[in-house]
Design a protein around this ligand. Structure first.
Ligand code: NAD
Length: 296
């Protein structure tokens, strides 16, 4: 392997350490403990695992965690009433509604009912607009984690050619906005892109967020490029269940200058950035200085 491994697990540990330090300072100097409320509707097993992990890490960095579990058939009005209550609770600085929601609920309506300043997932339409216009916002956690790793590796990203594969609202589009904000020349590629290999071959930075196991082979990667693999795909290999990314790691690592692994790359950064967003939201709520390096 020629590429430098970008170790998201270690980086996430560092981010959590910075968050914990800031939380300790908020408590000591201002008597404030940031709080994150996570709302889970239904019993989706993957969502249950995520919510448990988020709650555990929230407590580990010294913040208060509030978990709200609702039955799968809860009326939408009840969820909206809970969000309204959390919006008005000064002990709650961040609100996260775990997606996906049951089919009878309107996700857009629910997300847009969260107070934008407490929207630590950065999905509220106001935050989308603020990010798109380069204003202070809550930034979606996964792209924020990717940006932090890229900045850490490169310092300045100014002038670099970046290709984001995938145009989802939660990863691809905000990732492209963040790279543009750091003065990259950005291309968003997607399922209808013509000649994807050629588009990817031009990129100094490749962010793959598609959800297709190992679809980006090494020969699409420009020599020395930085590859950030957001994909999390469960496949069976040699009779075992394994996790792989959207990039064929072995062949891409031969050509890339730096690459994130799956698992252990972008994944751990996502929850670390959720904690970072919560402490940022708490500082903004109290008009206090925000922690440095934990926002976009
Ligand atoms: P999505 O399904 O909403 O979007 C996928 C995008 O890929 C679409 O915009 C589509 O146009 C594009 N696409 C599909 N087929 C393509 C093709 N053949 N060529 C080019 N583009 C194609 O997915 P998402 O929510 O953005 O997630 C993408 C991946 O990232 C998934 O594997 C998901 O599990 C993973 N993910 C990881 C984290 C994390 O914390 N690491 C967070 C969110 C998502």
């Amino acid at each position: 392997m020629a590429a430098t491994l970008i170790d998201g697990k270690a980086f996430a540990g560092k981010v959590r350490g910075q968050v914990a330090e800031h939380v300790a300072r908020l408590k000591e100097e201002h008597g404030i403990t940031p709080g994150l409320a996570v709302v889970l509707v239904g019993e989706d097993p993957a969502s249950q695992v995520y919510v448990r992990s988020k709650g555990k890490q929230t407590v580990e960095v010294g913040m208060n965690s509030y978990e709200h579990k609702l039955e799968a058939d809860t009326p939408e009005a009840d969820l909206l009433a809970l969000i309204d209550q959390l919006n008005n609770d000064p002990a709650v600085n961040g609100i996260l509604v775990q997606l996906p929601l049951p089919k009878h609920m309107n996700e857009e309506l629910v997300i847009n009912s969260i107070a934008p300043e407490k929207d630590v997932d950065g999905f509220h339409i106001s935050n989308v607009g603020l990010l798109g216009t380069g204003q202070k916002s809550m930034v979606p956690c996964t792209p924020l984690g990717c940006l932090m790793m890229l900045r850490d590796h490169h310092g300045s990203l100014s002038g670099m050619d970046a290709v984001v594969i995938g145009r989802s609202n939660i990863v691809g589009k905000p990732m492209a906005q963040l790279l543009l904000g750091d003065s990259c020349t950005v291309t968003i590629a997607h399922s209808r892109t013509k000649d994807l290999p050629d588009v990817v071959r031009r990129a100094d930075i490749v962010v793959a967020a598609v959800g297709r196991p190992e679809m980006v082979p090494g020969d699409w990667i420009k020599e020395g490029a930085t590859v950030i693999d957001v994909g999390i795909n469960r496949i069976e290999r040699d009779g075992k269940n394994v996790l792989v990314g959207d990039v064929d790691f072995a062949s891409a690592a031969e050509r890339a200058g730096a690459i994130t692994p799956v698992p252990g790359g972008v994944g751990p950064m996502t929850i670390a950035c959720l904690l970072a967003n919560t402490v940022t939201a708490c500082c903004r709520a109290h008009n206090l200085a925000e922690p440095e390096g934990l926002t976009a």
